[in-house]
Design a protein around this ligand. Structure first.
Ligand SMILES: Nc1ncnc2c1ncn2[C@@H]1O[C@H](COP(=O)(O)OP(=O)(O)O)[C@@H](O)[C@H]1O
Ligand SMILES: [Mg+2]
Length: 365
């Protein structure tokens, strides 16, 4: 088959996507497919999987996507990529873009309009999964437990936009992140620590991945900076009760849950560095947990996947308390597929090697 892999892109998760895309490209080429990789940040400039291999590397920090020359955006666009030769001639497009327009339904919409088959979830499921709050509202609908939350809206002063309003939204004028944080503090009654029974809280952008812009807030004095940071990445800032305990994730492939993976970050949060530096987290798959908990996590993962309308594959992130109570954090519709990624690890545990996993995802498209 002719396969175009879309990778890289312009989100904060660009570096991870470059590595994911390279791994996928090499695996598919190894399976005998005719593979080209296209980086939407560079337009229609396809490269072979071997060429792509040379460039990909994850730095200690996310790339600075705002600054010109931050390695992104050299004269191309996603539109050029979708109109370009590699994609128009492909039988299937493998979407290996994490975060931003690659994972939020935008590229999926372009591919729909172009009449191309593509891997993973469609427009709506992608958009819902990327909007953490919208996903949580749906989790609640099917009784998938999720941490209690508030949303601070940062876009009210600029005339709406930014998606639907929810009854528990907290409107905040969008002036500067600093002023905005102070305004938010002034309105803290009913949405912050008082609502969730005290600190710590988690403050994160509503629609980012890879723990970018996320802060564990231990006391009121840290709140303003945390909101300001999250607001740099999203118009909506999600404030959640902190769930103490363990970190687990469940991959779903072809509407079947794979064995639970437990993640043990080497101290602290499962943040960008601990996610992508080998040796900074350890993993157990299948997780060493009671059978009743693993089947419950698998059941909840399928419900979360199903209620958003996901297709093909996805990964569902959980926190689990010491009393073994699970809370669903989010669904990732384009999960990482690097050497230290969790979906390949879960597939391996049931005897599906990386090339077969990637081929299966293509078949599902
Ligand atoms: N409510 C929460 N309670 C405890 N830890 C959290 C909470 N929300 C996020 N975290 C931590 O931050 C990490 C990233 O959060 P997540 O919601 O999965 O966003 P993303 O992976 O898209 O950045 C989680 O894996 C977890 O370690
Ligand atoms: Mg996550």
């Amino acid at each position: 088959m002719k396969i175009a892999v879309l990778y890289g892109g312009t989100s904060a998760e660009r570096d991870i996507s470059l590595v994911t895309g390279r791994a996928i490209g090499l695996a598919l080429a190894g399976k005998g497919h005719d593979v080209l990789l296209v980086d939407p940040a560079r337009g229609d400039a396809p490269v072979g999987p071997k060429q792509a291999a040379a460039a990909a590397k994850i730095g200690a920090e996310p790339p600075d996507i705002a600054s010109p020359g931050g390695g992104v955006g050299e004269g191309g666009s996603a539109l050029d990529a979708v109109r370009g030769r590699a994609v128009t001639e492909a039988d299937v497009v493998f979407v290996a873009l994490h975060g931003g327009t690659g994972e939020d339904g935008t590229i999926q919409g372009l591919l729909e309009l172009a009449g191309k088959r593509y891997t993973g979830s469609g427009v709506l499921a992608s958009a819902l999964a990327m909007d953490k709050r919208a996903a949580k509202v749906l989790f609640r609908e099917v009784d998938v437990p999720t941490p209690r939350w508030s949303v601070i809206r940062c876009d009210d002063a600029v005339g709406g936009g930014g998606g639907p309003r929810f009854p528990d939204d907290v409107p905040v004028s969008r002036v500067s992140p600093e002023k905005m944080s102070r305004a938010a503090l002034g309105q803290s009654a009913g949405w912050g620590a008082d609502r969730f029974g005290g600190y710590p809280l988690i403050v994160k952008p509503n629609d980012q991945g890879s723990t970018v812009g996320l802060t564990l807030v231990r006391e009121e004095g840290e709140l303003a900076a945390a909101i300001g940071l999250a607001a740099e990445f999203s118009r909506n800032v999600l404030v959640e009760e902190y769930i103490p305990g363990r970190e687990m994730t469940v991959a779903v492939l072809a509407d079947t849950a794979l064995p639970v993976v437990e993640i043990v970050p080497d101290g602290g949060l499962y943040d960008y560095q601990r996610k992508y530096t080998e040796g900074q987290s350890s993993y157990t798959c299948p997780a060493l947990i009671p059978e009743s908990l693993s089947s419950e996590l698998e059941r909840l993962a399928l419900l979360a996947y199903g209620v958003l309308g996901c297709v093909g594959y996805a990964r569902v992130d959980f926190r689990v308390t010491d009393e073994l109570e699970p809370f669903c954090l989010e669904v990732n519709t384009v999960p990482g597929m690097t050497a230290v990624s969790l979906v390949p690890m879960a597939a391996e545990a049931v005897g599906i090697g990386f090339p077969d996993l990637v081929e299966k995802i293509v078949e599902l498209a």
